[in-house]
Write a protein that binds this ligand. Sequence first.
Ligand code: AMP
Length: 113
Amino acid sequence: MSETIFQKIIDKELPADILYEDDISLVFRDINPVAPTHLLIIPKKKISMISNAEEEDQKLLGHLLLVAGKVARKLGVQDAFRLVVNNGSGAQQTVFHLHIHLIAEREFSWPPG
Ligand code: AMP
């Protein structure tokens, strides 16, 4: 499978506005934001989509959620943000490297679109 854009960001071959990084994860601003705050939280491990995650990824997946909370607190948006994972092209996934969208500082409605 060819390398994704996010792999190039992980490898620092492509620039990104990185807000947080550790051994397991990377957080950067979405290049085409749908809200004043729109971040992408990704694992460094290659997992194409959540439906391809495995039992051994349990800790990693929990880590991504903790990082989401940590970054939200850092940006002061901890009281109102939404996390979104698009899984599969039918659900509008366009980059096949697992990512969690963190969206904040906009009006939210329910059900989501
Ligand atoms: P999805 O549609 O859930 O696969 O989300 C992919 C997201 O990646 C979209 O919101 C894009 O705007 C974003 N994106 C694509 N290329 C880049 C890039 N080079 N840097 C930051 N975000 C990107």
